[in-house]
Design a protein around this ligand. Structure first.
Ligand SMILES: N[C@@H](CCC(=O)N[C@@H](CS)C(=O)NCC(=O)O)C(=O)O
Length: 141
């Protein structure tokens, strides 16, 4: 029998898993928030579809790639837009978040202290993106 529950596996950091966690939180949807220790990761890695985290298990299937997971979860929870136009607008926001995130990752590993990005900045970034998302949703209706 396939499992209808959502199980998200990621490290115990915000990183590429946080957008997915925020979608579940916003929709008030229960899910298993499985946080893996870095020590346990080498054993799990070969079992993941793209040798990376996050992964989402749902309906007996394991999905990889954080943005694909975010899109899937948004659709499943009714947050991805009701029309193809709304879906295109939300896709644009998700792709913009990815562009920003990829830039931030470069800075996160920056050795120079002044260029480092704080955890708090990630929170503000996600909050800003979500506010923009709802502004666009409002404008469309
Ligand atoms: N494009 C992938 C990138 C995944 C990725 O780089 N995950 C990192 C954590 S943020 C990871 O699994 N690192 C451990 C490793 O590569 O061994 C996604 O968006 O899911």
């Amino acid at each position: 029998m396939s499992n209808k529950n959502f199980k998200l596996t990621y490290f115990n950091v915000r990183g590429r898993g946080e957008l997915i966690r925020l979608l579940f939180a916003y929709a008030e949807k229960q899910y298993e928030d499985n946080r893996v220790n870095f020590e346990n990761w080498p054993a799990l890695k070969p079992e993941t579809p793209y040798l990376s985290l996050p992964i989402l298990e749902h309906g007996g299937v394991t999905i990889g790639q954080s943005v694909s997971i975010a899109r899937y979860v948004a659709k499943e929870l009714g947050l991805a837009g009701r029309t193809t136009l709304e879906q295109a607008l939300t896709d644009g926001i998700i792709d913009s978040i990815t562009d920003i995130f990829n830039e931030l990752v470069k800075h996160a590993f920056e050795k120079e202290e002044t260029k480092k990005v704080s955890d708090l900045f990630y929170v503000y970034l996600y909050m800003g993106c979500i506010i923009v998302f709802f502004k666009i949703q409002d404008d469309v209706h």
